[in-house]
Design a protein around this ligand. Structure first.
Ligand code: SF4
Length: 668
């Protein structure tokens, strides 16, 4: 059976996959991200293809319906919301699981034609702080480096990243480079002693939220060592560089000295940094140090944000966050919104940013959203303070959910359910964390009546009177429109440019090999970027909701090695479930002297509670508890942790503080 060249749908590494219709899956040796390797999740992709529980037909009010009936109902729901509330009473909540073409269509409908900025992505939970940090430092959301910089570096610093579990192929590349060059050093900065600490040269068990203090300390150290920079903002940034790290002074001094003495240094940061009420400052504090040391845009040197989802980057490119416009255009820059309005012929273009995820569901809970379309994500489980989000969804008069699975807590609450294509059935592009655009290709027929998300969006747009701007013949046509948009004359130079891909024929799009942006002309490909950057002051702020006598422990949530999001795809695969068959709460033994290892414990916070088995783990930082984020009603209803997570957000990025909620423990 012939292999189809496609891309793994799980994480932001974006590994190439060779797949066949019988479910045989192997790594693509020609893909630059993985060179033939796959991790445990990627290897098991074939076992996720024929799962029960697919949503196969549209449903309206709990009954099977035709596509025409369902699409009419969606259009009617949005029409009524526009009449009752105006554009701000409509919203879309989308996902880093969408392909770029689906994302583009959703953003165009919301911002261009519904006239609302209220389209946000679950990427808000993942890397919105990195986006905001890039925009403050570089004027644009760009990742300067390449994966090979991890192999070329003499020092790799992981901040809030369990790379070994969450981006395993990158970790394997890093470990292979260390085996070849034993002098290369690895430093892990994390409250937990994770799998990424195995073999690391240094682990700094920082308390949750203190990363800004650490990188402010490093900035001051670099300056004291004589590092200087012409980039603007240094004096104010140094003046604001405060905060105590709380780390062992000897460990801290080792890190400071190693960083100062190593020109080829990469700092890779991920959700442990981003998911914080100071997440944007963390990104900027890291970038500030690389700027001052001149370690950016060089082989083996730079700050490196790694994304969680397969197409978080694609969503950023098409503006599917409430705070951005398509093509990296921006409301704040003169002329850019006008240029987009003209390009789309969209007189109703949203006048400004919309509601970010946490605020969006708060507005729904207050009855301010009349119609909400959720695509490929499960906010009833994944948002902080999830009990309140569930009530908000229940309260929304027209809740539409597009998904490939029928077994989702959000779908249970939806009035209209639309069957979407899954991996192996849909067709489009994704962009990984090093800016490489790869094709996801279909290699299996669509089950039941499942259809592409972009098609459903275009059908609804047509019913609302906007057929022309959505009359695409397929994903290739959408990609051409998206690529051409990035070449619009813009007042300031931008790195994000796909002009060289804007005239691909359908056949060229079908055969498109992985290509890294910027692509300003045909046949070119992007490399390392050296952005014009500025320093950003990052005064230290503690977490928004501190621990105290009533709630003395800090809850951190995160991923397991073999599970994905709310387990819809990975949960039913026995060999993936075998890695961690039950959700547990990890705690340092000294923090739970009265609760035995293996006992059931109730986690209580001011927002909610959950019940899990306690696991004593000496590698946990004192005062912290780690709980995996994945479990849903389908697999372990009492362990749905996000109902207990506080809804505090970063004031710049709007990213929730998933890495610090005050809690207490009690016997269950
Ligand atoms: Fe898929 Fe990420 Fe594993 Fe690569 S590292 S195979 S993209 S889950």
């Amino acid at each position: 059976m012939a292999d189809t060249r496609t891309t793994c749908p799980y994480c932001g590494v974006g590994c190439g996959v060779l797949a066949s219709a019988d479910g045989t899956v192997r790594g693509d040796p020609e893909h630059p991200a993985n060179r033939g390797r796959l991790c445990s999740k990627g290897t098991a992709l074939g076992e996720t293809l024929d799962q029960p529980g697919r949503l196969l037909h549209p449903e309206v009010d709990g009954k099977r319906a035709s596509w025409d009936t369902a699409l009419d109902a969606v259009a009617e729901g949005f029409r009524k919301a526009l009449a009752d509330h105006g554009p701000q009473g409509t919203a879309l909540y989308v996902s880093g699981q969408l392909l770029t073409e689906d994302y583009y269509a959703a953003n165009k409908l919301a911002k261009g034609f519904l006239g609302t900025g209220n389209i946000d992505s679950n990427s808000r939970l993942c890397m919105a702080s990195a986006v905001a940090g890039h925009r403050r430092a570089f004027g644009e959301d760009l990742v300067p480096g390449l994966y090979e910089d991890l192999e070329l570096a003499d020092l790799v610093v992981l901040v809030g990243s369990n790379l070994a579990w969450c981006h395993p192929i990158l970790f394997q590349r890093l470990q292979a480079a260390r085996a070849a060059r034993p002098a290369m050093r690895l430093v892990v900065i994390d409250p937990r002693r994770t799998a990424s600490c195995e073999g690391a040269d240094l682990h700094l068990p920082i308390a949750p939220g203190r990363d800004v203090a650490l990188f402010n300390t490093l900035l001051r150290h670099l300056h004291a060592q004589g590092f200087r920079s012409d980039a603007p903002g240094l004096d104010a940034t140094l003046a604001a560089a405060d905060g105590e790290t709380g780390l062992d002074p000897a460990l801290l001094a080792t890190f400071l000295d190693w960083f100062a003495a190593t020109p080829r240094a990469v700092t890779l940061f991920s959700q442990g940094a981003n998911q914080s009420s100071a997440g944007t400052d963390k990104a900027n504090a890291i970038i500030n140090c690389h700027l001052l040391a001149g370690r950016i845009g060089q082989p083996g040197a730079g700050p490196f944000s790694i994304t969680g989802q397969p197409n978080a980057m694609g969503g950023r490119e098409v503006g599917a966050l409430a705070t951005t416009l398509a093509g990296h255009l921006d409301w704040d820059r003169p002329g850019e919104a006008t240029a987009l309005r003209d390009y789309w012929d969209a007189p109703n273009l949203a006048a400004g940013p919309g509601l970010k995820a946490v605020d969006l569901f708060r507005a729904a809970g207050e009855g301010r959203i009349g119609a909400l379309w959720v695509m490929a994500t499960n906010p009833a489980i994944s948002l902080p303070d999830a009990g309140r989000v569930r009530e908000a969804l229940r309260r929304t008069p027209c809740l539409v959910a597009s998904d490939c699975t029928r077994e989702s807590d959000t779908l249970d609450l939806a009035r209209i359910r639309l069957p979407a294509l899954g991996w192996g059935e849909k067709d489009g592009t994704v962009t990984n964390s090093e800016r490489v655009i790869s094709r996801q290709r279909a290699f299996r027929p669509a089950p039941g009546e499942a259809r592409p998300d972009w098609w459903a969006i275009a059908q609804v747009a047509a019913r609302l009177g906007w057929s022309g701007p959505f009359a695409w013949t397929g994903p290739a046509a959408i990609f051409r429109e998206h690529a051409a948009l990035t070449g619009l004359a813009r007042p300031a130079p931008r790195a994000f440019d796909l002009s060289g891909l804007s005239d691909l024929t359908d056949a060229e799009y079908a055969a498109l090999p992985p290509v890294r942006w910027p692509v300003p002309r045909r046949g070119t490909e992007g490399g390392r970027l050296t952005p014009t950057a500025r320093f950003t002051p990052t005064p230290y702020r503690p977490p928004a909701n501190p621990t105290g006598a009533a709630y003395p422990l800090a809850l951190l949530t995160g991923r397991l090695r073999d599970q994905w999001h709310t387990m819809t795809r990975t949960g039913p695969v026995p060999r993936l479930m075998a890695h961690s068959p039950e959700p547990t709460a990890a705690i340092h033994p000294a923090d739970a002297p009265d609760l035995a290892d293996g006992s059931l414990a109730r986690i209580e916070s001011p927002w909610g509670e959950a019940t899990l088995r306690l696991r004593h783990e000496p590698g946990m930082a004192r005062g912290t508890v780690f709980v995996p984020m994945h479990w849903t009603a389908r697999f372990a209803p009492a362990a749905r942790i996000n109902a207990s997570v506080n809804p505090a957000v970063d004031p710049v990025s709007g990213q929730p503080e998933l890495k610090h909620t005050p809690i207490r423990l009690a016997p269950a």
